[in-house]
Design a binder for this molecule. Structure first.
Ligand code: NDP
Length: 300
């Protein structure tokens, strides 16, 4: 049986980071501005600590400025808002990112909307969601932006294609739908109340799974030749029973890869597909925010 082409997000993201690094170096040489990213983390969540460390290291490797602010889990909302106000006012910082989740005594939506929309490199501010919805330039959430880059790289013009997105979160599903609509796809957003999800998926030329349910999308949900983008990152027990008993895990996507790869035309693996694109797009957003802060048009 034929097998799908693997979409190598790792390789694409490496190239993207290199392009951002080179463009940032040119920006600094021409205008004396080095793009700067501030990442704020509250508390000790180990997964968040790892994400924040990776973001910082990749930022530095690309030659951008990286500041990490580590706050105690008991930090008050007022103190966090005061730090964000400081970063908003800091001309050397062009991107401000608050790592989620926040401790429960802090209202995440208040905090995210306190970030200057023009420094909101995660693209979660309501102003940036609005800009995306009405087609104005703005900062776009990194994960769906990365998915779109992979799709355009693979397929070129997306106009007229049927795109089905499973998931309607504000950080992945909804902005993904807006981006694909902007590319003139015919967009369907599916979610937990969708009736006959397999049939909806079978109509998709582009299927984006952003659900958070391990291997939910089966091979027979996929139209032969379709392009499948698997956003899911799910930890499940190791296949080896002994290792599983010892608590070892492995990462799988929202798509049953071994089935899907027999049917799809192209597919992103997990890991190594969408995952690495997210940090690369964060750097791209920081670079473009730095350009706009001094009225320079970012290089494509
Ligand atoms: P959310 O939990 O916020 O959203 C999940 C969505 O899936 C919801 O809209 C929900 O529907 C829908 N859903 C849940 N169960 C079903 C079902 N049985 N059938 C159909 N739809 C269902 O998740 P996120 O959007 O934040 O993340 C999705 C996945 O992507 C996760 O695995 C996450 O780890 C991963 N992720 C990966 C990133 C990366 O690659 N860097 C970045 C961000 C996320 P409803 O709204 O009706 O509840």
């Amino acid at each position: 049986p034929s097998r799908a082409t693997l979409i190598d997000g790792k390789a694409f993201s490496t190239g993207l980071v290199e392009r951002v690094a080179a463009a940032s170096a040119r920006l600094e040489a021409a205008h004396g501005v080095k793009p700067g990213l501030a990442v704020v983390i509250v508390g000790e969540d180990p997964a968040s600590q790892l994400y924040v460390r990776n973001k910082g290291e990749t930022t530095v490797r690309a030659g951008l400025r990286s500041d990490t602010h580590r706050l105690d889990a008991t930090t008050s909302q007022a103190d966090l808002l005061a730090l964000i106000a400081e970063l908003n006012a800091d001309a050397g910082i062009h991107g401000v990112l608050v790592q989620l989740p926040l401790p429960t005594h802090i209202d995440a939506s208040v905090v995210l909307d306190a970030i200057d929309p023009d420094k909101d490199v995660d693209g979660f501010h309501v102003v940036n969601a609005g800009r995306l919805a009405v087609g104005l330039p703005g900062l776009v959430p990194c994960t769906p932006l990365g998915c779109l880059m992979l799709l355009k790289d693979q397929l070129g013009d997306l106009s007229g294609l049927n795109a089905v997105i499973i998931g309607r979160s504000n950080i992945v599903g909804k902005p993904m739908a807006q981006l694909l609509l902007g590319e003139s796809c015919t967009v369907t957003i599916a979610h937990s109340r969708t009736r006959d999800l397999p049939a909806v998926c079978r109509a998709a030329d582009i299927l984006v799974a952003a659900v958070g349910r391990p291997e939910m999308v089966r091979g027979d949900w996929i139209k032969p030749g379709a392009t499948v983008i698997d956003v899911g990152i799910n930890r499940v027990p190791s296949l080896d029973p002994e290792k599983a008993a010892a608590g070892k895990t492995r990462v799988v996507g929202d798509v049953a890869f071994q089935e899907a790869v027999q049917v799809a035309g192209r597919i992103t693996p997990v890991p190594g597909g969408v995952g690495p694109m997210t940090i690369a797009c964060l750097l791209a957003n920081t670079y473009s925010a730095a350009c706009r802060s001094i009225g320079v048009t970012p290089e494509p």
